[in-house]
Design a protein around this ligand. Structure first.
Ligand SMILES: [Fe+2]
Ligand SMILES: [Fe+2]
Length: 295
């Protein structure tokens, strides 16, 4: 590896992984059940993200809100998969590895998966589709996820990997939450997240291996992870508010009835304690410091 990284022996181990964790885009997702009922982001999950669950239910537009949230997730995932692909493709500072190649190939399939579900959502509501897409572009523009290093190459590498790692662990966590929800989740949507999480678990190992191989002091890591956690919370808070903003713009008569919600306390709690975020915590020690303070 280039000078930024030590050469971790664990990377060679990762490269010897069997690839039977991979899903088949056609066979492993119940695409034939796209029209079956079920929520995309049920109220129990929305509550943990700080959404105004009562206001949404009282508005009589819970299905439209759910549709907006589904579109947001598709868009958010597609954009971040693109960031990942761009980062690993031909990056001269990263020694080529089999794990990085798998990661890139799988992200291409993930983009296809979420594009397919997004198209289904757009086809479901042709009367709102065009405006919803324009709103998503305005409220959650591509490039919003571009990592902001603090200027030096080491900072850029840490920031990029930790952003990717936290996002990938979040995708696994979202599946955990959907799967545990007491409400009925749309079956094809649940399959999409199950399959995606199954591959992301492996990507998380790869990301964490690269972060841990960075030549970075403990003190520096604590300071950089503090900056990252502040950015992450601000960024996710903003993102989780997008569906309410979309709903209010699509149905202006609801203005005032649905609030933008509160900070996503459940997301922060998961970040601090859930096994789904174990690697993010291992690579962002400021989270450990925060967890201690909250005890
Ligand atoms: Fe992915
Ligand atoms: Fe991934």
């Amino acid at each position: 590896m280039a000078d930024l990284y030590t050469t971790p022996t664990s990377l060679a181990e990762l490269d010897r992984r069997a690839t039977d964790y991979r899903y088949d885009l056609e066979a492993d997702i119940r695409w034939s059940e796209l029209a079956a009922p079920g929520a995309l982001v049920p109220p129990s999950v929305l509550a943990s993200l700080g959404a105004d669950v009562a206001g949404i239910a009282a508005s009589g537009q819970a299905e439209l809100y759910d549709w907006c949230f589904g579109l947001l997730i598709c868009q958010h995932f597609i954009e971040l998969e693109r960031v990942v692909i761009k980062w690993v493709k031909g990056n001269p500072a990263l020694a080529p590895s089999q794990s990085l190649e798998w990661l890139r190939d799988e992200e291409i399939k993930h983009i296809q998966t979420f594009r397919r579900y997004r198209q289904h959502l757009l086809d479901q509501r042709p009367e709102d589709a065009e405006q919803a897409q324009a709103l998503l572009h305005e409220l959650h523009p591509p490039g919003h996820f571009q990592p902001e290093g603090d200027g030096d190459l080491l900072g850029l590498h840490y920031w990029t990997w930790i952003t990717i790692l936290a996002f990938e662990e979040y995708t696994v966590h979202l599946y955990t939450a959907l799967n545990a929800a007491p409400e009925t989740v749309q079956p094809a949507w649940l399959d999409v997240h199950r399959c995606h999480a199954q591959e992301e678990v492996c990507h998380v190992e790869t990301d964490a291996t690269y972060v841990k191989a960075l030549e970075i002091s403990e003190e520096d890591l604590l300071a950089r992870s503090k900056l990252f956690v502040s950015w992450l919370m601000a960024s996710y808070t903003k993102t989780f508010r997008v569906p309410a903003q979309m709903l209010r713009r699509l149905r202006p008569e609801l203005e005032g009835q649905v609030s933008l919600g509160k900070p996503p306390k459940g997301f922060l709690d998961a970040l601090l304690t859930s096994p789904d975020f174990a690697q993010t915590r291992a690579c962002a020690p400021y989270l450990g410091w925060l967890a201690e303070r909250k005890r």
